[in-house]
Ligand binder design. Structure first.
Ligand SMILES: Nc1nc2c(ncn2[C@@H]2O[C@H](COP(=O)(O)OP(=O)(O)OP(=O)(O)O)[C@@H](O)[C@H]2O)c(=O)[nH]1
Ligand SMILES: [Mg+2]
Length: 295
């Protein structure tokens, strides 16, 4: 039996969460076309007959300014601690410029194998893929370079096979039926946050946090959930709620569908919107809304 921890690192939007979900075979991490969707370190377990692979999805590393973004980058960088293998995920259109020095600096200080995982090969030319591979190979002695499409699963089996080669004999860290370390309220709040990312315009998702304030099963078997969306400005409240409450209703309906899949029972979802003035800018407020760096 082999086992080990593998962290997926990269700039925002490269497809880290898509890969985690594909590997585990269940939707654990939320996904959106917008960068900086993931805010937490999220663990996903893949059980094989001869191995247990524990993958860690992380927020995208970028040049952070606000307290929230700094927390996200710190969370990602700290996730390297204690792992057996690192996937540095890139896209064929990337250059080793802006976002990468911070990750590279960290990778050079540690003594664990690093794979270059080039994602989204389904939508780029062979020439571009090769050119980018060459540029990145100059940066670091990657143990393996694997080109995949996490969306379709192309070459993900190959990635798993290569990964197993670098892991050691070890115990199963998690029971077979445990696919993630995320507690239920967090999976629920994330399902709601995903809909905010998918349904709301450019800036608003970045000013929104979701917290579950109450969760209890009623006698009739329905799970009652009270969630609060915190936004950064009073004017954003109206946008989330929408004309005659239409937007909030849509978000609620879509999130409820996902939550019911997670808990496998009917759900009554009550969502409130509150203003926490300029919260992403202030460390204390960011922490209060649940974003704190853990080990
Ligand atoms: N064409 C294509 N799109 C992909 C692939 N993998 C992911 N995507 C898309 O890329 C976008 C970002 O995917 P995510 O998985 O949320 O990316 P991420 O790296 O987790 O992003 P952050 O959490 O913001 O750091 C989504 O729209 C995905 O559907 C792929 O292999 N091919
Ligand atoms: Mg993500």
């Amino acid at each position: 039996m082999k086992s080990g921890f593998i962290v997926i690192l990269g700039r925002p939007n490269v497809g880290k969460s898509t890969l985690l979900n594909y590997l585990v075979g269940t939707k654990i991490s939320i996904i959106s076309p917008k960068p900086q969707t993931t805010r937490f370190k999220i663990l996903g377990v893949k059980n094989l007959p001869d191995a247990q692979l524990v993958f860690i999805d992380t927020p995208g590393v970028h040049n952070a300014r606000s307290a929230l973004n700094k927390y996200m980058v710190e969370t990602a960088i700290k996730s390297i601690k204690g792992v057996d293998l690192v996937y540095l995920m890139i896209e064929p259109e990337d250059f080793p410029g802006e976002e990468y020095p911070k990750i590279m600096e960290k990778l050079r200080k540690i003594d664990i194998p690093v794979f270059l995982v080039m994602n989204k090969i389904d939508r780029h030319s062979e020439d571009q893929i090769k050119a980018t591979e060459q540029e990145f190979r100059k940066l670091f002695p990657f143990k393996e370079v694997v080109k995949i499409a996490a969306l379709t699963g192309k070459n993900v089996d190959l990635l798993v096979t290569k990964t197993k080669k670098y892991l050691h004999e070890g115990p199963e860290y998690f029971p077979k039926d445990m696919l993630t370390d995320r507690p239920l309220p967090l999976l629920i709040s994330e399902a709601i946050r995903e809909k905010l990312f998918l349904r709301l315009g450019k800036e608003l998702p970045y000013s929104a946090a979701v917290n579950i304030e109450e969760m209890k099963e009623r006698k009739n078997g329905v799970l009652y959930v009270r969630a609060v969306i915190s936004v950064a400005r009073e004017s954003q409240k109206g946008i989330v709620i929408g004309k005659k409450g239409k937007m909030l209703k849509r978000i609620g309906t879509e999130a409820r569908f996902d939550i019911q899949q997670i808990v496998n029972k009917p759900v009554y979802l009550d969502i409130f919107v509150r203003t926490e003035k300029d919260w992403p800018k202030f460390e204390e407020k960011v922490k209060k809304l649940g974003y704190r760096v853990s080990d």
